[in-house]
Every structure is written in C-alpha cells, then in structure tokens.
Design a protein around this ligand. Structure first.
Ligand code: HPA
Length: 272
C-alpha cells in the first residue's frame, strides 16, 4: 500500500471519532507532553489502537493522539513522535504528517527538546525555529513522487511560516516571556553529538541541535501545511560544559519548563 493510501485509511478511522477539522496539529517533543493536560479532550486514542500507526519507543513519549480544545481552538495533539533513530523508515516517521495533511489541518506545530549550540542560550530557554540545517537528515521525499501528496521539487525557502513565527513572537509578548529565535540543526542520533560536531554545527550557523523535527517538517511543507517549530533547550550541547550528556537531563529540563512551555503553546494556539 502506498503512503497516500495508508494515510487515507488512518484519516478515515480518525474521522469516525471527531466531526471537525482541527485548526492545528501539534507534536509534543521529549518531556513536553504536559501540554496535553491543557486540552479539553474530545477523543484520546492510543497509537497502538490506530491500525497502521507506528508505536513510539522512547521514554517521555506517551504514544497518544488527542483531539480537543486548547486556547479556544480545536487541535490534534501527538503526545509522542517517531524518530529515524528508532529504526523507523522515513515513511513511518512522516505518516502522521500525511494523515494531518489529508484531514485538511492547515497548521503543523512541532516542538522538540534540543541542545544549545549557541553558548548564550541556557537550559530552559525556548527557541522559535527560524530555519533549519537538514544536511544530516536522509531525505524523506526520496523515491517516486506521489503528486497526490505534493510536488517533486518543493521549495524549502520558507519552511517555518513567517506568519506563524510572528504569532509565536506575539504570544511570547502577551504572556511576558522571553524567547529566542534561531536555527535548528538535525543530527540523526540516537547518540548525542561529539564536541567537534557541535563546533562544526556552530560554524554552519546552528543555534540548537536535535534528533527530530526536520523529517516531519519537510513532509509538511511538501504537503502545503504551514509550519511552526518551537525548541525547548534542555541542555548545553556536547563539549560546551565539561560533563557528559544524558537523556535524564533532557527529561528533567522538560519538566522544569513544563508550565512556561504549556502557557506559551496555549497562547500561540489562541492566536491562530
Ligand atoms: N543533541 C541532540 N538532541 C538533543 C539534545 C542534544 O544535545 N538535547 C536534546 N535533544
């Protein structure tokens, strides 16, 4: 079965549970699932109960798709995402995006945990993604193009919608929090980067580094969705501090910023 056909099947399953088109699909990154408590739930579905959907294997990723209201808007929230480092194929990693695209959801909002490459950042900072460096990401669009999903050579000149970036900046102002705006560099993982890789990423212009987001947003742009990306800086990237990195540290910082992050997301959604 083609990716298009798989996505259509899942869309049909999900549309039996809700009778509206959400304003946004929101993907909650590692340790950032707490935002799901802000949602007045219409339907909550375990990934394992959606035939054909992959199942998340990472600690801190719940594996639930939630439909409901937050900030006065209808949303679909994924608590738990799929990464290439888990061994999923590009098609599996991007299947949820294609489902949202085919449901007619106009906005794709991704969040992630990431390491600070920019030494002026600190753990707990939130960064609006202005653009990304995806050289290290295998193409999720390689292979025969399915015109029903998008064109062969999509432009990546504005992956992150300027309009949505403006909304996110306004949201930060409204709730009186300071946020950064910077460049996200994808590294496949699951190992953290080496200090030399982080120095290289810095020379290339990266402010943050992480193991997700880029595969998904490329598909979302291919599928004509508007994209917004928010990174939660959970740690200084490798080699900046004289200490090894751990997933526990990533999760702890996620927990620390839970409240600020949830308030920010809610305000962003309300302004859509
Ligand atoms: N590197 C890659 N991915 C990450 C990091 C990091 O330092 N922190 C959280 N996700």
């Amino acid at each position: 079965m083609s990716l298009f056909e798989k996505a259509i099947r899942i869309k049909e399953i999900l549309e039996k549970r809700i009778d509206y088109i959400p304003d946004a699909a929101i993907v909650l990154g590692s340790g950032l699932g707490a935002f799901s408590n802000e949602i007045q739930v219409d339907a909550e579905i375990d990934y394992k109960d959606i035939e054909g959907f992959p199942v998340s294997t990472v600690k801190g990723h719940a594996g639930k798709l939630i439909f409901g209201t937050a900030g006065g808007k209808k949303i679909a929230a994924m608590s738990g995402r799929f990464h290439l480092y888990e061994g999923y194929s590009p098609e599996e990693v991007t299947l949820p995006v294609r489902v949202f695209q085919l449901m007619g959801i106009p906005n794709y909002i991704v969040t992630n945990a990431s390491g600070a490459v920019n030494t002026s950042y600190k753990p707990g900072d939130l960064m609006i993604i202005e653009d990304h460096i995806g050289f290290f990401c295998p193409s999720v669009l390689a292979g025969e193009n399915d015109e029903r999903l998008g064109i062969r050579f999509p432009s990546m000149s504005e992956v992150y919608s300027k309009e949505l970036i403006h909304i996110a900046e306004k949201a930060a102002e409204n709730i009186d929090i300071k946020v950064k705006k910077g460049i996200y560099c994808y590294c496949k993982g699951p190992m953290f980067e080496t200090p030399a890789e982080i120095r290289a990423a810095r020379i290339l212009g990266a402010d943050a580094v992480g193991m997700s987001t880029v595969p998904e947003v490329i598909s979302a742009v291919h599928g004509n969705m508007r994209v917004l990306g928010i990174s939660c800086i959970t740690n200084m990237a490798a080699g900046i501090l004289d200490q090894p990195l751990t997933h526990a540290e990533v999760m702890e910082t996620g927990k620390m910023v839970e409240e600020k992050f949830s308030a920010f997301m809610k305000e962003i959604v309300s302004l859509l």
